[in-house]
Structures are given as C-alpha cells and as structure tokens.
Design a protein around this ligand. Structure first.
Ligand SMILES: NC(=O)c1ccc[n+]([C@@H]2O[C@H](COP(=O)([O-])OP(=O)(O)OC[C@H]3O[C@@H](n4cnc5c(N)ncnc54)[C@H](O)[C@@H]3O)[C@@H](O)[C@H]2O)c1
Ligand SMILES: [Zn+2]
Length: 394
C-alpha cells in the first residue's frame, strides 16, 4: 500500500511576565494577586506554595507572611494549605523520591491545571518542584519566585526544569514555560556570600559571548560584587535576565531541538567539576573556572586577543572567584584527564555532533565541533600556573 502522510503542524506561543519587585509578600504589594488573576479575574485562585528550606530559615516570618497575604485577598486567592518547606540546594535534585513526594502533595491537595504552584527558592528547588509541577496532570501553572542571583537571572526565567539522575546532571527534566516569574530583590540580601557571587559568573559568561558593553560594565564593577553592593547587583540581575529572555525568545530554538546550547560557554567543564566534587563546588563557582579555562583556550586559538583575555581574567579575579580546583587535575582509571569526560557528557546531553560555544572577540560567539585536547591540556596547565601565581602573591 502506498503510504499516506498527514503532515501535522501545531503552532503554540507562550507569553509570561517576568516582574521585578521588592516586598512581594507584603499585603500592600499587588504583584502576586494581579499575576495570578491576569488571565481570569472572576474566580478564586487556588495556590500551593513550596519554600526552599534555607530561604525559610533566613526568613522565619515568610510562611506567616504568605498566609497573611492570601488572607488579605480572600475573594481572589486561596492558599490550599500551609507552605511546604523543601530541602534547599542541589540535594533536592539528587533524590527522585523528593520529586515523587511533591507530586503526591499536589495530587492530595487536588491541584488542577487551573491552579497554581508557587515555588519560592533557589534554582535547584525551582528545577525539582518545577519538574513535579510539569508532570502532574501534564502541567500545572507554575509561578516561580527565584531567591538566588542565578535563579533570578537564569535558572528561574528559562523554560526548563530538571533533576539529576544516575549521576547525570539534569538527566531527567522537561521543557515547561512558567505562568509567571516574580523576582523579589529583597530575597537576595540574605544569600551567603558564595551564592551572592554565583550569578556573577553567569553574567561574565553571557556578556563575553553576547554583549561587550555589559562586559565592560561588569569589569568596572567587579570589585563591588564581593562588597555586596546592592545597586550593582540589581543592575546585573536585570540585565542578565533581559539577555536570557531575549535569547530564548529570538534564537529560534527555545526547546533546544538543535544540538547547540549557545549560552553554555564554559559549561562543559563546569558541569563535570560540579559532579566530580560531589557538588561541593557550586554551579557558579564551577562556571567561573570553566569560563576562564575556555577563555584561555580561545586566546590560544586566536579567538580572543591577549588584552581581551586579560580583562576576563582580571574581572573574574576581582569579583572574588577561585579559579582553580584540584578536580581539573584528576585522572580516571584509564589515565585520561577526568574533566575531559565533560565533553562527552556535553555531547551526549544534546545528541549528535559535539558543539561548544566560544567567544570570537568579546561580545560575539561561534560554535566549535572539535576540541584539540593537547591544546586544552596546555590551557589547563596555564589555568593551574595562574592559580599558583595567585596563591603565591602576598
Ligand atoms: N532550569 C534551568 O534553565 C537552569 C539554568 C541554570 C541553572 N539551573 C540549575 O540551578 C541550580 C543552581 O541554582 P542556584 O544557584 O540558585 O543554587 P541553589 O538553588 O542550590 O541555591 C544555593 C543555596 O542558597 C540557598 N538559598 C536560596 N535562596 C536563598 C536566600 N534568599 N537566602 C539564603 N539562602 C538561600 C539554597 O537553599 C541553597 O542552599 C543548579 O541545579 C542548576 O543546574 C537550572
Ligand atoms: Zn549555568
């Protein structure tokens, strides 16, 4: 029989607000209630709230404030139960039983496709609870309230979620655009120094491959970040979120069907570093080192000038990053440098040919399909000698 084909085509568009505010759960702040009802005003909106345990610890009044906020809008909002506190940090992504627990709670509380899951926490909690919300009834409405720098300018404003599985970083996950993202800068004030700085690494990453002006601004303010300058951080978060959103909106591949991950400059080694360290090294710390390593490689390939490279190195140093980790040096049982496994993982995650993004001059980028391992060895040696030099300084 001659095959018959019906060519199906479905166009779906998403739009969601990303709001920047302060005091989100103050009863006088209209952002949350207006966000939940912006598609349908004439009903009472049910919501289940999840809070990152470290956020709950740093904001002991938060659960009560959320309760008071919902109570202040009785005809418009309904909190289906007390906020659920979930383990904060990468641990929440390393135990799938936790994701199952979130799904059970959503079903027990009879959350349907019109009701809201509000997730207050770091990128890890948003990824794990976001996955659960995306799976229950094939997708509940999720409102993300990211509470870290990385969460507010990257993880929280994107369209995907995920957890780690069988040793693979983000091995399980879905693409699920949020209903809304509500960035409350006040949350960032309680971040430990280490997490405050993590998003700065992603800012350098994206500026180096996309925006020379923003890179210059970052270099000019590098020393402000370790001093916890709030104005500088607010600008950084806004600009990075804006670039991230623009990228997803305009790059033609929001759900990453292609093999490239253009924003993942410096990430092949960063993901591997995180895994090799058992997540002792945080994502942002790993990204700073990964970006510097790939910048050394780029300079050695002629894709960055020595002066451009020096500015990157100087900016990352002055921002307070540690740029060498012993994990770069570890060997696998076959004697291979274990970090190189990150290239294989990177390729497997995307499928097809290896594709790694590198700068081509600060502010522009290109894709590379082959890494010269001998040159990368030399780049790693240079990274290490720079670290020796740094630690030898008085
Ligand atoms: N889905 C995506 O598109 C995407 C993109 C980038 C990164 N990610 C993921 O995001 C995760 C990293 O996110 P992160 O950098 O936000 O780290 P994180 O979620 O691990 O948070 C860092 C630490 O800070 C705590 N914390 C969060 N907010 C706080 C606050 N306001 N005050 C005090 N403590 C607070 C957390 O509990 C945690 O211990 C990684 O798992 C990464 O894979 C996802
Ligand atoms: Zn990243």
């Amino acid at each position: 029989m001659t095959p018959q084909t019906i060519q199906q085509r479905i166009d779906v568009s998403w739009d969601f607000p990303v709001v920047f505010t302060r005091g989100l759960f103050h009863p006088a702040n209209p952002v949350l209630v207006e966000t939940l009802e912006h598609r349908q005003e004439d009903r009472r909106h049910r919501a289940l709230v999840f809070i990152d345990s470290f956020v709950a610890d740093a904001h002991p009044q938060l659960a009560a404030q959320i309760g008071a906020y919902f109570a202040a809008h009785p005809g418009r909002l309904e909190l289906v139960g007390p906020p659920e506190i979930v383990p904060g940090g990468e641990a929440v992504k390393n135990d799938f039983a936790l994701v199952q627990g979130f799904m059970r709670l959503m079903l027990e509380r009879r959350m349907d496709r019109q009701s809201f899951i509000v997730i207050v926490g770091g990128g890890a909690v948003i990824d794990a609870v976001g996955l659960a919300a995306a799976l229950v009834h094939r997708g509940l409405r999720q409102v993300r309230v990211p509470t870290t720098v990385l969460g507010q300018n990257d993880a929280g404003v994107g369209v995907k979620n995920g957890v780690n599985f069988l040793g693979g970083k983000n091995a399980i996950g879905t693409f699920a655009p949020p209903f809304a993202v509500l960035n409350d800068f006040d949350f960032l004030l309680t971040l430990p120094d280490r997490d405050w700085l993590c998003g700065v690494a992603e800012a350098f990453k994206v500026s180096i491959i996309k925006d020379a002006d923003f890179f210059a601004w970052l270099c000019a303010h590098a020393a402000d970040f370790p001093q916890r300058d709030a104005d500088a951080m607010q600008h950084l978060v806004f600009r990075c979120a804006e670039m991230h959103l623009e990228h997803i909106r305009t790059n033609g591949d929001p759900f990453e069907y292609g093999r490239a991950r253009p924003l993942d400059f410096g990430h092949w080694s960063a993901h591997k570093l995180e895994l090799m360290s058992g997540f002792r090294i945080s994502h942002g710390e790993a990204v700073a080192a990964g970006v510097l390593l790939d910048s050394i490689y780029a300079r050695r390939q002629g894709w960055l000038t020595a002066a451009e490279y020096e500015r990157i190195h100087d900016g990352l140093c002055r921002s307070g990053f540690r740029l060498w980790f012993e994990e770069f040096d570890a060997r696998d049982p076959g004697g291979q440098r274990a970090i190189f496994g990150g290239l294989r993982d990177f390729q497997e995650h995307l499928g097809g040919e290896l594709t790694v993004t590198y700068p081509r001059g600060v502010g522009a980028r290109h894709e590379v399909h082959e890494i010269d391992l001998a040159k990368m060895e030399a780049a790693i040696a240079e990274l290490q000698s720079g670290a020796d030099f740094q630690s030898a300084k008085p």
